[in-house]
Design a protein around this ligand. Structure first.
Ligand SMILES: NC(=O)C1=CN([C@@H]2O[C@H](COP(=O)(O)OP(=O)(O)OC[C@H]3O[C@@H](n4cnc5c(N)ncnc54)[C@H](OP(=O)(O)O)[C@@H]3O)[C@@H](O)[C@H]2O)C=CC1
Ligand SMILES: O=C1O[C@H](COP(=O)(O)O)[C@@H](O)[C@H](O)[C@H]1O
Length: 517
């Protein structure tokens, strides 16, 4: 099979082979209604509907049980919504007839309901449509499952949740369920996030709320626990005695591209660092959980977050790319950072003194996300090879998923010379023909299965906002200003200087090249 193409493999939705999944959650069948609120938006068309399509293809959304509803204010017909979605599912003009047929079958499951986010009428109509579908599938009252995916700006979460609670709940607690999925950014600071949490918490119980962070659905992020706790050689090395510094990096080689209005309100720290990168940090730094049960894992993540010390001003570099303000939806005097490097310090026995450097930026020179663990120098270096670089363990989240270990070896030949090389596990090469699922696909499947392991718990979210709120307020008040940088560059030079000050030693003359097949 070609790499990147889809395995069309019918699977039993209730069959769960993953570790750590609660047995209580096991077989879940019955009529399933998936409602995408904000169906007219960017996330819905780019991520949510394509993820649902791929789940459908693999047999996780059987047409005899499932119906998908799009809901938004825009007045369009079922067919107009279907055509919009079709455009994102069929990108290739030479798509096979099988692919076209599959898309058509999938789109037959999709219906559109138009209504506002704060009026009963729209949601009553939605409820009527869901009930009609449930009836047509002979669902017994109380055994139907309703999943509401809020692909919406957070400002409308409270009213939408209220409308769902009052008008669209699964009719009985016997059997079925009602769950809601909420997107980030969940709030703008500690106070607003807590307020949002209380508002939603009054309407839904915590097990019904799925706070999605799509980085938790990425293959190599999901691999972190296995890597750390199922491999003997990482156990003794993963601490302050051996590790000098850790970098968690997100780079994009494009700017805010049509999302300037949204982005300017949030900035790179709220968009990427406070959620995606911090979640990755938790998995890199946490202690071994008692088991793989979601609550055990999330307990350990919260402990890491609560051990993070207040961020020091001198350990932050902000940037804003030139031309960012050319976007007509961005104010002329915007102080919003599109780049940030922030050093976090974890005050516990394992990590005292080890900087965790979180770096994220838009309009940079490349697109990639990775974790770079740099080890300390070898004591008593008889080969005098320190200059060639330190050992590093790199986990490349995207693109070209890989993990590689940079190490020093003898240069092949007659001379006793050392050289930097790597032990390389590149997924495309090692797992040829294996399709790596999209993060959203995995996470939506988890919500259907009732698995909260890869979702953010309320106390986790609170601890995350506690770390960044003071810095965010200083930026919002204009006390801390971003430095300009050229689009297509590495970001402000001051960020590299901060990296060096934090202890990162760059290996010159060595570049890892992903192997080609
Ligand atoms: N787009 C992306 O790549 C990502 C987005 N997210 C998050 O997902 C959520 C949705 O994002 P996205 O799809 O980009 O957002 P959009 O701005 O595209 O909004 C989605 C839909 O919500 C409705 N809407 C927009 N603004 C308002 C408003 N002020 N009041 C009421 N309704 C409004 C519109 O539908 P209508 O007018 O038809 O009702 C729109 O089609 C957000 O929380 C975002 O942060 C998370 C990760 C990535
Ligand atoms: O959440 C977001 O993520 C995307 C990047 O996601 P990725 O999976 O492509 O790495 C980012 O572009 C967007 O600004 C942000 O809201």
């Amino acid at each position: 099979m070609e790499s990147g193409s889809w395995h069309i493999e019918k699977r039993d939705i209730s069959r769960s082979e993953s570790f750590g999944r609660d047995v209580d959650n096991a077989p879940e069948t019955g009529c399933l209604s998936i409602v995408v609120l904000g169906a007219s938006g960017d996330l819905a068309k780019k991520k949510t509907f394509p993820a649902l399509y791929h789940l459908f293809l693999q047999g996780f959304l059987p047409s005899e049980e499932v119906h998908i509803f799009g809901y938004a204010r825009t007045k369009i017909s079922d067919d107009e919504l279907r055509n919009r979605i079709r455009g994102y599912l069929i990108t290739d003009k030479s798509a096979s007839t099988e692919h076209l047929d599959n898309v058509t079958k999938f789109l037959e499951l999709v219906k559109y309901v138009s209504g506002s986010y704060d009026s009963e009428e729209g949601f009553q109509l939605l409820d009527k449509e869901i009930a009609k579908h449930e009836l047509s599938k002979n669902s017994v009252e109380g055994s139907s499952r309703r999943l509401f995916y809020l692909a919406l700006p957070p400002s409308v979460y409270p009213s939408v949740c209220k409308m769902i609670r009052h008008n669209c709940m699964n009719k009985s607690d016997l059997g079925g369920w009602t769950r809601i999925v909420v997107e980030k950014p969940f709030g703008k600071d500690l106070e607003s996030a807590e307020q949002l949490s209380s508002q939603i918490g009054q309407l839904f119980d915590e097990p019904q709320i799925y706070r999605i962070d799509h980085y938790l659905g990425k293959e190599l992020v999901q691999n972190l626990l296995v890597l750390r706790f199922a491999n003997r050689f990482f156990l003794p090395l993963w601490n302050r005695d051996n590790i000098d510094n850790v970098q968690i990096v997100f780079r994009e080689d494009f700017g805010t591209e049509g999302r300037g209005g949204y982005f300017d309100e949030y900035g790179i720290i709220r968009d990427i660092i406070q959620n995606h990168l911090l979640q990755v940090l938790c998995l890199v730094a946490m202690e071994k959980p008692v088991s793989l049960k979601p609550e055990h894992i999330r307990d350990e993540k919260v402990k890491v977050l609560q051990s993070v010390l207040p961020i020091k001003d001198e350990e932050v570099v902000l940037g804003q790319y030139e031309a960012y303000r050319d976007d007509p939806t961005v104010p002329d005097h915007s102080n919003t950072p599109t780049f940030a490097t922030v050093v976090l310090r974890i005050h516990n026995e394992r990590w005292e003194g080890v900087p965790f450097i979180l770096k994220a930026g838009k309009a940079l020179n490349s697109r990639k996300a990775e974790i770079r663990v740099q080890f300390k120098d070898v004591p008593g270096d008889i080969f005098k090879c320190k200059k060639q670089g330190r050992n590093e363990f790199v986990i490349r989240l995207q693109p070209s998923e890989a993990m590689y270990m940079k190490l020093t070896v003898k240069q092949p030949g007659l001379e006793m010379l050392t050289v930097q090389s790597e032990l390389d596990l590149s997924y495309r090469q090692r797992y040829q023909g294996v399709t790596i699922p999209e993060a959203y696909e995995r996470l939506i499947l988890d919500t259907i299965r009732g698995d909260q392991q890869h979702f953010v718990r309320r106390d986790e979210l609170k601890a995350a906002w506690e770390i960044f709120t003071p810095l965010l307020h200083r930026i919002d008040d204009g006390e801390k200003k971003p430095l300009p940088y050229k689009p297509g560059s590495r970001g402000p030079e001051a960020a590299d200087e901060l990296l060096a000050k934090a202890g990162y030693v760059q290996t010159h003359g060595y570049i890892w090249i992903p192997p080609t097949l």
